[in-house]
Design a protein around this ligand. Structure first.
Ligand SMILES: [Zn+2]
Length: 139
């Protein structure tokens, strides 16, 4: 699978990640499914994890309901989730793995000293045992 994302949406995620630094940001990747997934919209969510929110995120359940509604109204689906890793590599943590579901993309943006750095996207195996990196195509 390849995740396609327009440059301006990547910039939105990067901006969100900088704004919440040194806490993690989180949000939704919305788009259409097919042979490849194309992100057509990103929706910000609130990180409601208990403090410190520097190493984990929890999306407010109300945000999930709202995002699903916004996506389905436009005939789209939630393709996955994004979050940031402040001063940590863009590799999923054990917390990320244990809170993930198969069939979604998990996009991680690394922020280094407040500046967006690199990014990677991951998918959980069907058994939920581990993450596999997926290709990201910036358009
Ligand atoms: Zn994480």
């Amino acid at each position: 699978m390849t995740l396609h994302i327009p440059r301006r949406l990547l910039d939105d995620i990067a901006a969100h990640a900088s704004e919440t630094y040194p806490e993690e940001c989180c949000g939704f990747l919305v788009g259409s499914t097919g042979d490849d997934c194309t992100v057509q919209r990103v929706i910000r969510a609130k990180n409601v994890a208990p403090e410190p929110r520097t190493t984990r995120y929890t999306i407010d359940p109300l945000d999930i309901i709202v995002a699903e509604k916004k996506a389905s109204t436009g005939g789209k689906v939630i393709l996955g989730y994004y979050h940031s890793h402040p001063d940590h590599p863009c590799v999923p943590s054990e917390f990320d793995r244990s809170h993930a579901w198969p069939s979604y993309s998990y996009f991680i943006m690394r922020v280094f000293l407040g500046e967006p750095a690199d990014f990677r996207s991951w998918r959980l195996t069907e058994e939920g045992v581990r993450f596999i990196q997926e290709d990201v195509q910036v358009e």
